[in-house]
Design a protein around this ligand. Structure first.
Ligand code: FES
Length: 653
């Protein structure tokens, strides 16, 4: 062929096209990922490209400043209105004039890669279920009596190749005025989930409409609910916020909530109402923070444990409280916002809930699997998502096992005498001098140690208010390393430890970390009861991990990933001293941050990720801790600090 050669970077896709072919047309035919909302009409500017080597069409339009440009009048108008970066062209306007190389910048790709902070985790490629499309719709006439929706569907088919569309009543109510207002042009927002045959119309606006669309990634935990308002084009988080789960008043952990439901007729309904009200409040906070309007929020993706899953859906969780722990459904769910009474987002918005793995292993564990991808690792990887209920995954490319373990809320600072949520004023880092037994600490949001100059002034605003989850883990581990605590977890007397900071409270001792009583502040201590709560929590976590290792037939793991809302803040060394996790070299322990939340965001941003997690979940082997006698044995042995039978090199080094 003598037609010019057209090469796209970074994809490397290439082909021959006649002179005069628009770049966007060439891209479409080659399957190059080049965005377009207006379908090549020069309205949306989503198709921007950077000409590389070769001959592109030149138009010589005179710009406002009198300079000649390569742009045509459409591009020039766009430049004047909104600013087109120098050197960029609109792919639907520039044409092939000879052999050329064209670069598609990341922001012009639909399936762009979102930068992830954690190096260990898999990359995230945008592939949202929700996308806007600009269309020109045929006007009705007396001779072809079709409805407006049918003509819109025809336009979507002709102009975008979309075969099947459906619309709910809220959209139908707006359809006619919108089409007429836009003089038979409109931007429609379509949604297509990974199992849907048809595209569903979520919204319609007259003419070309360019407001960003958002989705919510929600990690619905037993103790806290965290939500990320995410831009569905870029994957960027516009606002994040968290709230306490109001169901705490019905029971701190999952099983006590299930019993509340068993003991109180209508108890499940009360809990369902409480969590839905909290969700709407949380969404309100996100909207206020970001300025995003309810109509712009088109989808919400949830990850949660099985009990929260049922309570969110309004399903009585009673079966989850007794063997064989049957779920109402373990599959993923695609719902309408009204089905779960989310009335603070777009009326037509969709809900997606990740699949559960088993009766005790929920969609949150599925989300962790999606984010951390143990099934793609060569090394045997243990992923521990630390929360009120710990999700534990162990595996590599060959096999992945999962279980959950009821750690209780101690790691989140609850049930701890001076415990509090991670917030300003909370102690998050602690060191205890092994010789003097004197502590020093850091408070959240401040880089200063308590014994450094300027500390008192810096905390004047908040004061020191308590200890958060990561702080209590460090406190207990440091107490053990400083010899204030024996391996059984007993705090020594002032005589045994040689420090007056060990005070007698009732019949046991407590260790004073901060005494603010002289100025009317709090006395912050770690009590014997606190140590017991941490021992129970860490034993449950460790026993769960150990059980999976037994099932796998291994005594060691290659790598440990600590995840969870505060997983990123846990110091690997202290977790190891405590015996929360199996013994591995310290440099093999990494933090993954809120992996469940990240998994939710990945599922929100990518339909392909939803398909992938369904497959992963099917392949995961579930291990039930509640009925496994070995769990008890591991649990009892793990009560010691770090552990009764395992060697734990860290205390010896
Ligand atoms: Fe919309 Fe080019 S495709 S401006």
């Amino acid at each position: 062929t003598t037609d010019p050669l057209v090469v796209f970077t970074p994809s490397g896709k290439r082909g021959h096209f006649p002179t005069g072919t628009p770049i966007l047309t060439a891209a479409r035919q080659l399957g190059v990922d080049l965005d377009s909302v207006c379908g090549g009409r020069g309205i949306c500017s989503k198709c921007q490209i950077t000409p590389g080597y070769g001959e592109f069409s030149k138009h010589g339009v005179t710009a406002k400043d009198g300079a000649l440009s390569d742009w045509n009048s459409v591009e020039q108008r766009y430049k004047d209105k909104r600013g087109l970066i120098d050197g960029r062209r609109l792919g639907c306007q520039a044409t092939v004039q000879g052999d050329i190389v064209i670069d598609v910048p990341p922001e012009s790709q639909v399936h762009r890669q979102v930068v992830r902070k954690a190096a260990s985790a898999r990359e995230m490629i945008m592939d949202p279920a929700v996308r806007p499309y600009y269309v020109e719709v045929a006007e009705p006439d007396m001779h072809t009596p079709t409805g407006d929706l049918e003509r819109l569907a025809q336009a979507l088919k002709d102009q975008w190749g979309i075969e099947e569309v459906e619309a709910g009543i809220s959209v139908l109510r707006r359809l006619q005025p919108m089409l007429r207002k836009g003089k038979w042009t409109a931007t429609v927002v379509l949604h297509k989930g990974h199992q849907d045959k048809a595209h569903r119309i979520l919204g319609i606006a007259p003419g070309y409409f360019d407001r960003p669309l958002y989705g919510l990634a929600i990690d619905l935990g037993s103790t806290t609910i965290a939500a990320h308002l995410t831009d569905l084009r870029t994957g960027e988080v516009a606002a994040s916020s968290g709230i306490m789960n109001p169901q705490i008043r019905f029971g701190e952990d999952l099983m006590s909530r299930v019993s509340y439901s068993m003991m109180n007729p209508g108890g499940d309904v009360e809990m369902t109402t409480a969590v839905r009200t909290a969700l709407n409040a949380l969404i309100g906070t996100l909207k206020a923070e970001s300025g995003v309007k309810p109509q712009q929020i088109m989808e919400a993706v949830f990850v949660c444990n099985p009990v929260m899953h049922h309570l969110l859906l309004g399903i009585d969780p009673v079966e989850l409280g007794q063997a064989p722990f049957a779920l109402a459904t373990s599959g993923s769910l695609s719902l309408h916002a009204a089905d779960i009474e989310l009335d603070t987002i777009n009326e037509a918005a969709r809900i997606f809930i990740l699949p559960c793995i088993a009766g005790h292993v929920g969609a949150d564990a599925a989300a962790v699997a999606l984010s951390e991808a143990p099934n793609e690792q060569d090394e045997l990887t243990l992923v521990v998502d630390v929360g009120t209920n710990a999700e534990i995954l162990l595996g590599n490319k060959t096999q992945v096992l999962a279980c959950s373990s009821p750690t209780g809320p101690a790691f989140e600072g609850a049930q701890i005498s001076s415990g509090q949520r991670a917030a300003p004023g909370a102690i998050e880092r602690i060191e205890i001098d092994p010789v003097t037994k004197e502590p020093r600490f850091q408070v959240i949001g401040m880089g200063l140690w308590s014994n450094e100059p300027g500390f008192e002034a810096a905390i004047a605003a908040t004061g020191v208010t308590g200890i958060c989850g990561s702080g209590i883990i460090e406190a207990v581990a440091e107490m053990r390393m400083a010899g204030l605590l024996d391996s059984k977890g007993l705090i020594g007397s002032p005589e045994q430890t040689g420090t007056p900071r060990c005070i007698l409270e009732g019949r046991t001792h407590s260790y004073v970390i901060y005494d603010g009583t002289a100025d009317g502040g709090p006395l912050i201590t770690v009590t014997q009861t606190d140590i017991r709560a941490i021992q129970l929590a860490k034993s449950a976590l460790y026993a769960g991990a150990r059980l999976l290792m037994d099932e796998m037939g291994t005594d060691t793991v290659d790598r440990v990933v600590l995840a969870g809302a505060f997983g990123a803040h846990i110091s690997p060394k202290h977790a190891m001293v405590l015996g929360m996790i199996p013994d591995v070299p310290l440099d093999k322990v990494t933090s993954a941050g809120n992996a469940a939340g990240t998994g939710a965001r990945m599922a929100l941003c990518s339909v392909a990720a939803r398909t992938s997690i369904e497959k992963t979940v099917r392949d995961i082997t579930k291990v039930e801790t509640a009925i496994e006698p070995k769990f008890q044995e591991h649990f009892v042995n793990a009560n010691a600090i770090p552990h009764a039978t395992d060697p734990f090199t860290i205390l010896r080094s």
